[in-house]
Design a protein around this ligand. Structure first.
Ligand code: SF4
Length: 906
């Protein structure tokens, strides 16, 4: 049924309004804004449409919000075509038809509310009543169709399953996996109809010995495996890993860098365990705490902690929580587009980002998603996690450190270790520390509580603990508080740490270049002046003074656990244990900050790179910091993660990045082990020479934005979309997008852009994947994380050679790593990654274009052997793109060398 409501659709190609009768006409920007302000229109993605109209305040009846209400935890591509398909309708053939289609989608979604078989009915009536009170535009329409339940609906929290407490699992049995067994298991996983793939079989066999008991202390069995795209490396390591897990009773951690691979691994689950219930027990996806919904925060938000639009978001998240598989708000089954509809207001406050969990003191502890995932992981055969979580788990406790680990996307280990083992004493970090200890101050609201509220019963029981707590709170007030950055800018810092940061800022402005560019500023920590040395000494004193009572408090809490009083039931114990681990983490942070401050004015430590920074966006300052990174972060990686492990596999399609094994050993931490590390390599079965080529365009002058934009537009037109454009600077990305988006849209080629469209990168990739005529512009994250097999991605265009940014950290590593040879290695790895986006599976073909003549030939070995590389003017590049992509698939599609077909990709 057609809803008698107007609808509005706006893209770079035009603006259309559908009247209540379904009649569509084009409208000017001014008219659309005036009409939308007068009457609520049905729209799809208000922030995006508002941006297209140049009217950021646009609001209306957003179809995506209605979809999230009707089908929480369901995936939909947030476009007229994507939403049409998700409600079983034909997508609009042209943009001009989309406004009328929006009306039909709305009608279909509202019809669902009256369907007796609607699976997501429970909770809808209650949520809609609350949304009505909040003034949600859809609420009256939904309310008219929702039947009032005869009996009141169960509260959200009581609808969630409870987890069961289980004893700690016994340590895994010492056992081995025979290479032949691994091959047999692999054959079973791939199925009897699959062509046996030699590289995959060889990799399964090579991986098997890694699961044997290790031979020496601090000497894990370790294998570095470079497996070209198309080998099927995922199943190659899952085969022996699953045998070992069953036989030993232990857990194998499979660690990835990107969420895309995490999702792909999760989707391999049915091959291992056909039964969904068994699968859910044996394969568990785990992420950092900050990814999950915290039910206590949600309850607070639902009960008035959030106001306005954020309160509407909380209701929709509440709907989702009841149907979510695991409560993962970032990359799980919460649609990635939902928080951005609310301009991200509130979504991070619903997670446990600040480590404020009260564990057993929380009324939802037994239903908590985070606790459930953590417990499920203990008994699972396979835990699918990410590099950062594996490293943090290993760093926090040797007992719970992962023992058998497969690092997939292993070329990212260096960067993951670099950020995990970094130290930053910044205003933002210090204020977080203060809030965790002191709790809410001034006018801040919400449930956020400090240590005192969390440990009230312990404090009243233990006098020494109570004194330490009081002292810690008093001393934490020496840390920065709300409004710190404004005070520093005005020259009126408060307390020793703010005073120190003010001095850091002064030094950065005095010494760094490019102050007018508006980006972050930084300078080396060398030859500090007297004032900086004095201020750092005072800040150091304040941090050390805070550290002491926190240590006493930890000791007292441990004593309480040891000599447990009557009131210490299992929930209270969990709360105290949570506080102990939170305190440990904060004390370690304070010690790391103190070490950093103590170095100012003293001798530099050759193991570290230290620098001062002012973080800015568009000229606006948002943080001031002193930073420390390991010169070689694979050193802590090998100490903390590799040496305690039994077996480690590091694999990637580009592990060596076009270099020898020595480079891979250095970048993965293998070089720091005394034990022998194995190396395995299997070339990609794809014939890259037949299905791809690299073109270096010689006639676009560096710095000529008009020419760059023209080049992009013409290449995208030649490929008819399907283009991933990669940039090394956001400013150039924006400039190119502004020049070409309208022109391409008029040709029916939509252009999406990271940093321009108010949509998260994951959703941008979903939209790009869904529409073969769309193109996507982006920066680093897209170079590494886009997995778009098939026709949607057929052209990758890089604007420049991706040289590393000349930062203090880069300069230090460059000097230590062989000067320009170091830069070359970094660039080759980046080029290999970017090229890797192009050919993902059999049938893919594509062209890789670099719009910069300054591409040194020595970097070209980053590309797979057999790929033709040519230096050509733009006109010829366009011709070649057209030719390669218009040739029939049979002529150019990827074929496996020496074999018939490749069944899937990795
Ligand atoms: S146990 Fe902690 S993280 Fe879980 S819901 Fe409660 S406060 Fe939030």
């Amino acid at each position: 049924m057609l809803l008698p409501l107007p609808a509005l659709h706006a893209t770079h190609a035009g603006i259309w309004i559908a009247g209540p009768d379904g009649e569509v006409r084009e409208a000017s920007r001014g008219e659309a804004i005036a009409r939308a302000a007068e009457t609520p229109h049905i729209i799809l993605n208000a922030p995006l449409v508002g941006q297209r109209l140049g009217y950021a305040e646009l609001s209306g009846l957003d179809l995506l919000e209605l979809f999230a209400f009707v089908h929480p935890a369901r995936f939909a591509v947030p476009t007229p075509a994507g939403l049409s398909r998700s409600v079983g309708m034909e997508p609009p053939a042209r943009e001009a038809e989309a406004a009328a289609v929006l009306q039909k989608i709305a009608g279909k979604l509202l019809d669902v509310l009256a369907d007796p078989d609607w699976p997501e009915r429970e909770g809808a009536w209650t949520a809609n009543a609350s949304l009505h009170r909040l003034g949600w535009g859809w609420a009256p329409l939904a309310g008219a169709r929702l039947e009032r339940p005869e009996r009141g609906e169960r509260m959200l929290f009581s609808r969630l399953a409870q987890w069961e407490e289980t004893p700690d699992p016994p340590p895994p049995l010492a056992t081995s996996v025979d290479p032949e067994e691994a091959r047999t298991k692999l054959a079973q996983l791939t199925g009897k109809h699959a062509e046996p793939r030699e590289g995959q079989q060889a990799m399964a066999a090579a991986t098997a010995p890694i699961f044997a008991p290790r031979q020496s202390r601090d000497g894990p069995n370790m294998l570095l495996a470079e497996a070209g795209t198309g080998i099927g490396k995922t199943l190659a390591y899952l085969a022996p890993a699953s045998i070992w897990a069953v036989r030993s009773g232990g857990t194998v951690w499979i660690s990835t860098f990107t969420k895309a691979l995490q999702r792909q691994l999760d989707s391999e689950g049915p091959r291992l365990f056909a039964d969904a219930k068994v699968r859910a027990r044996r394969i568990v996806v785990r992420k950092g705490r900050e990814n999950y919904l915290c039910l206590l925060n949600l309850e607070d938000a639902l009960q008035g902690g959030f106001a306005g639009r954020a309160a509407v978001l909380a209701q929709l998240v509440g709907r989702w929580a009841a149907y979510s598989k695991d409560g993962d708000m970032v990359g799980g089954d919460l649609p990635g587009w939902l928080p951005s509809l609310f301009r991200r207001a509130g979504s991070t406050a619903l997670t446990d980002r600040r480590g404020e969990c009260v564990y057993g003191g929380c009324p939802h502890y037994r239903r908590c998603f985070i606790e459930r995932a953590e417990r499920a992981g203990r008994d699972a055969d396979l835990v699918i996690a990410n590099h950062a979580l594996v490293m943090i788990n290993a760093a926090r406790s040797r007992e719970t450190a992962p023992q058998q680990i497969v690092f997939d996307e292993g070329h990212h280990l260096f960067d993951a270790a670099d950020s995990t083992f970094a130290v930053a004493l910044s205003g933002q970090e210090a204020i977080e520390m203060r809030r965790w200890i002191v709790g809410p101050e001034g006018r801040s609201r919400g449930r956020r509580r400090g240590l005192a509220a969390r440990l009230m019963d312990v404090a009243s029981y233990d006098e020494e603990g109570a004194r330490a707590l009081e002292q810690a709170i008093e001393r934490a007030r020496a840390l920065p508080s709300d409004g710190w950055i404004g005070r520093i800018a005005e020259g009126a810092p408060f307390g020793p740490v703010e005073a120190f940061l003010a001095e850091v800022r002064g030094t950065v402005y005095a010494r760094s270049k490019a102050q007018d560019a508006g980006y972050g500023l930084e300078t080396e920590l060398a030859d500090p002046d007297g004032a900086l040395v004095d201020r750092s000494a005072a800040a150091l004193e304040a941090l050390e003074a805070l550290h002491k009572p926190l240590s006493v408090l930890s000791r007292r809490l441990e004593a309480v656990l040891e000599d447990a009083p009557d009131w210490l039931d299992s929930q209270a114990r969990a709360r105290v244990e949570g506080a102990i681990s939170g305190l440990k983490w904060r004390r370690e942070t304070l010690s790391a900050w103190a070490a950093l401050l103590a170095r100012i004015g003293g001798a530099a430590d050759a193991d570290f790179v230290d620098w001062l920074a002012v973080e800015r966006v568009d000229g606006r300052e948002y943080d001031i910091a002193i930073n420390r990174r390991w010169l070689d972060p694979t050193r802590p990686l090998s100490e903390v993660v590799l040496k305690p492990a039994q077996g480690v596999v590091v694999t990637s399609a580009t592990l060596r990045g076009g270099d020898g094994w020595e480079t891979a050993d250095q970048r993965t931490g293998a070089a720091h082990l005394d034990s022998i590390v194995g190396h395995f390599e299997a070339e990609s079965p794809f014939d890259y020479g037949a299905c791809s080529e690299v073109l270096i365009v010689t006639d676009i002058r560096q710095g000529d934005i008009a020419a760059l934009a023209g080049g992009y537009a013409r290449l995208i037109e030649a490929a008819e979309g399907g283009t991933l454009g990669l940039f090394t600077a956001i400013s150039r990305l924006k400039a190119v997008h502004a020049r070409i988006a309208d022109r391409l849209a008029r040709a029916g080629l939509s252009l999406l852009a990271q940093h321009v469209d108010p949509i998260d990168p994951g959703t941008l990739v979903d939209i790009f994947r869904d529409d073969p005529r769309a193109s996507l512009l982006g920066t680093d994250a897209l170079r590494d994380g886009v997995d778009v097999p098939g026709d949607s991605l057929r052209l990758v265009v890089m604007e420049r050679v991706p040289w590393p940014r000349p930062t203090v950290l880069h300069a230090a590593r460059r000097m230590a790593g062989g000067g320009s040879a170091y830069d070359d290695r970094v660039v080759r790895a980046r080029l290999a990654q970017a090229f890797g986006r192009l050919i993902r599976r059999q049938g893919d073909r594509g062209v890789f274009v670099i719009l910069s003549a300054a591409m040194p030939s020595r970097l070209l070995r980053a590309f797979p052997p057999g790929v033709r590389v040519s230096r050509v003017p733009l006109d010829e590049a366009i011709e070649r793109v057209r030719n390669l992509l218009s040739r029939s698939e049979a002529e150019t599609s990827v074929v496996e060398r020496g074999s018939e077909a490749v069944a899937d990709f990795d």
